[in-house]
Design a binder for this molecule. Sequence first.
Ligand code: MLT
Length: 325
Amino acid sequence: MLRNAWRVVVGLALAALAGGAGAQDFPKRPITIVVPFAAGGPTDTVARLVAQAMTADLQQPVLVENVAGSGGTVGAARVASAPADGYTLLLHHIGLASAPSLYRKLPFDPQRDFAPIGLVTEVPMMIVARKDFPAQDARDLVAYVKGNRDKVALAHAGLGSASHLCGMLFMTALGTELTTVPYQGTGPAMDDLVAKEVDLLCDQTTNTSAPIRAGKIRVYAVTVPERIPSLPKVPTLREAGMEGADVAVWHGLYAPAGTPAAVVGRLATALQVALADRTVEARFARLGGTPVAAAQATPEALAARLRQQIELWRPIIREAGVYAD
Ligand code: MLT
């Protein structure tokens, strides 16, 4: 309890220094983090980890609500139009940066309609398959997919989702189009992969680690340049000779635009305290994720990452010729 008390003192002091007008009595009631994908998926996992740790610092319950649909844009739109009081937040990822290039009629502008609070975590992705998929390794997977494109169904969490973007890069690198199966999140997609109802999925290690360890799915490669410490036997796509399909998923926490700077500052402090928590760090590490350093869990760092990623994904999506609407 002493540790929590100390956190509250530090948090309030930092909030007061951040021009704390209106932040001293924030929060006065529970806060909701909207996750724009179905429960049980990687975004949900990150949100619940962070929400639990932020609760301790804010001394108010931080709850998670899943608002799924359209690759994460339904949940994002919900928060973009929520009251700018700091009680409704969005935990989203790379998909917020890809949406402006994928959706011609987007009901929000990611840079205008949100107040960034801070970056949260970086999570690698993996190419995984149903347990009895015929390919023996990543090189065999490339050959099999190229030779059987009409027999392979690739799952994802909706156009613009991380799993969709990774799948798109994978298909572009292979020069082949696969049948794709959209879900409300990769939680339900993983359920179908384990049940052998779908063939392939590119998903975050937060969601793939447990079924891999349980022997319920096959894993072929990680989508980052280096192997990951939590699953060191899994090769990289580059080791399999596949270039241009690297993707790691960054996550950010946002409030609606217009949220008072002092409230945003208080929330950023709580996020930094949460990410520095040894328990949070250990749980992310077991799932292949890495909490960002405190200097990245800031409004400025998230705004810069969002801006850079919007520009990064625009030509990639144009080249793939994909539109969601
Ligand atoms: C995705 O973008 O694929 C999401 O991470 C899926 C999810 O969190 O359910």
